[in-house]
Design a protein around this ligand. Structure first.
Ligand code: LMR
Length: 405
């Protein structure tokens, strides 16, 4: 290398420093904390009563089958495994929509890949479209939409102090949305709040989207962990039936425990079968320029499970156990900390505690309790042996006099 090359500012020197992602910073802090008895309520990964995230029994059996029968590792297709999409569609969309040719679907690398692909499709179809996010929402939603060049706007969704859904305020802000804008919703088990719409509210959201010409983009990342696979999709399906166009981004990370396999799916509902085919062509082209072909392992595992009635039963039974555990932890926490009674009626993996950042930091530093700075906890990080300790540490912080502790 000649020295005059080094005198010029390099390509990468022009980059700005970036703050570390909050989730990754928290993980790093947790792992380097030497204290015994730390309580990890950070990243959204299911933990059982022993704190483990085991490979699900049906997944293990499907993997054994795959090991014995898979004969090649050659590419599948840019749209992924058609058998996986065909098997998953009835579970996510319901039978009638899965057969409706106005819906087209393809496999994506995780629910995140589905959301990113959705954002690219929206930007390709209408660069002026704006995406409405509820506050708060999953921390990655904003970045995923902006990465495709889309403008993001916000509507109020949840009041952390009172632990209530701000539905009327949300609807009145959404009255200012423009036709063609996109409304990003969580189908169930809202991340980070655990709050959910009533069936009537889902109906009103569907009506609003239809009346104003908004396109719902529905993130269904925790199906099965709230009330069950069917019940968790009911509100979303109400909206899908009311609007001519919609997008669904699904994930198998949580309900199949396949986090690291990056397995998800994207469906677009178009006005006609012909437009759906056009959307599909655009999705495939876009996917080709982002990841070319999605990873296969998780898709094969899910397909093998869903094509086998015995494995499907085994998977559903374990998913039921996971959901029952989450709900029993919610009930136990609500009973132990009366100020958090709303937690028992919320669903899924997350709750957003009414804590300020300094209180979250104090809980971490003084008690080894790790949660996101927003006050979000992963319910599944609590077990019967650490829950009383967590409740006792938390209680004074909910009295409102602990900022200086
Ligand atoms: C979470 O919110 O904790 C999960 O969805 C994991 C992630 O990537 O943020």
């Amino acid at each position: 290398m000649t020295t005059d090359l080094l005198t010029k500012p390099g390509l990468f020197a022009t980059l700005d420093d970036q703050p570390l992602d909050a989730m990754l910073t928290l993980l790093h802090r947790l792992r380097s904390d030497p204290r015994e008895g730390k309580i990890d309520l950070g990243i959204g990964v299911y933990g059982d009563e022993t704190g483990q995230t085991p490979v699900m029994r049906a997944v293990k059996q499907a993997e054994a089958h795959l090991y014995q029968h898979q004969t090649t590792k050659t590419y599948v297709a840019a749209e992924g495994d058609a058998g996986f999409i065909a098997a998953l569609a009835p579970l996510v969309l319901g039978d009638s929509r899965a057969r409706d040719d106005r819906f087209c679907g393809l496999q994506t690398p995780g629910g995140t890949g589905a959301l990113r692909l959705a954002a690219e499709l929206i930007a390709r179809a209408n660069p002026e479209a704006r995406v409405w996010l509820g506050t708060p929402t999953w921390v990655n939603h904003r970045g995923l939409m902006q990465a495709a060049g889309l403008q993001v706007l916000e509507h109020p969704f949840f009041d952390k102090a009172t632990q209530t859904l701000t539905f009327d305020a949300m609807m009145s802000v959404l009255e200012t949305a423009r036709g063609g804008d996109v409304l990003l919703l969580h189908a169930c088990c809202h991340n980070p709040t655990g709050a959910e719409f009533t069936p009537d509210q889902w109906g009103l959201i569907g009506d609003l989207c239809a009346r104003k010409g908004l396109v719902p983009l529905i993130d269904i990342a925790y199906q099965g962990l709230g009330h069950g696979m069917e019940a968790d999709a009911t509100g979303m399906r109400t909206v899908l039936d009311k609007v001519p166009e919609a997008i669904v981004a699904a994930s198998c990370s949580k309900n199949f425990g396949l986090y690291r396999e990056r397995i998800g799916a994207l469906w677009v509902k178009a006005q006609t079968a012909q437009t759906a085919l056009r959307a599909r062509g655009n999705l495939i082209l876009t996917a080709r320029t982002m990841w070319s072909m999605p990873p296969d392992h998780g898709a094969s595992v899910v397909r093998i499970i869903l094509e086998s009635p015995a494995l499907t039963d085994l998977w559903r039974a374990e998913l039921d156990e996971m959901r029952a555990r989450l709900n029993s932890v919610r009930a136990a926490l609500a009973a132990a900390v009366p100020a958090l009674s709303t937690i028992a009626s919320q669903t899924g993996m997350f709750a957003l505690l009414p804590l300020e950042r300094d209180q979250v930091v104090a809980l971490r530093e003084q008690h080894g309790i790790y949660m996101l700075d927003s006050g979000r906890i992963n319910i599944a990080g609590l077990q019967s042996d650490n829950l009383p300790r967590f409740a006792a540490a938390l209680e004074p912080y909910l009295q409102g006099d602990t900022h200086a502790r």
